[in-house]
Write a protein that binds this ligand. Structure first.
Ligand SMILES: [Zn+2]
Length: 131
């Protein structure tokens, strides 16, 4: 998809603060995190609606979300990782993985721009964890 920002991120045409990737999937930090460590997990192949993905790809994506949640939770020292899927702003499947300390932390009104320097520090912390 030529005009899709996440396709451009997946191809490397637009930079991101990467925390993990393999051949088919990529995880990077949201530039407007709800809480520090807020990560986006995407398939590199363009899909709009997550529930239109075939079972194999959907299950792979969810399996990676689970593994990543362990890594993010540990490195961000959070109580839980919340998960959110919406997809109206960017029409390329993405799962938000958001470190939570308490009920109510999963609130998009708390999203605010983070500096690239701070994002890099957080990404390094998450990358250092095992998956
Ligand atoms: Zn796309």
């Amino acid at each position: 998809m030529i005009h899709c920002i996440f396709c451009k991120i997946a191809s490397g045409a637009i930079p991101c603060t990467k925390v993990w990737e393999n051949k088919k999937y990529l995880a990077f930090l949201d530039i407007n995190p709800i809480t520090p460590g807020h990560t986006l997990l995407i398939p590199k192949k363009h899909h709009d609606y997550i529930f239109d993905m075939n079972d194999e790809e959907y299950n792979e994506l969810m399996g990676i979300a689970k593994k990543l949640s362990v890594k993010i939770k540990k490195s961000m020292n959070s109580k839980k990782i919340g998960m959110m899927v919406e997809g109206f702003l960017v029409h390329h499947t993405h799962i938000h993985l958001i470190p939570l300390q308490k009920a109510g932390d999963l609130n998009t009104e708390n999203a605010k721009k983070e500096s690239p320097e701070r994002l890099t520090v957080i990404a390094e912390k998450i990358k250092a964890g095992e998956i």
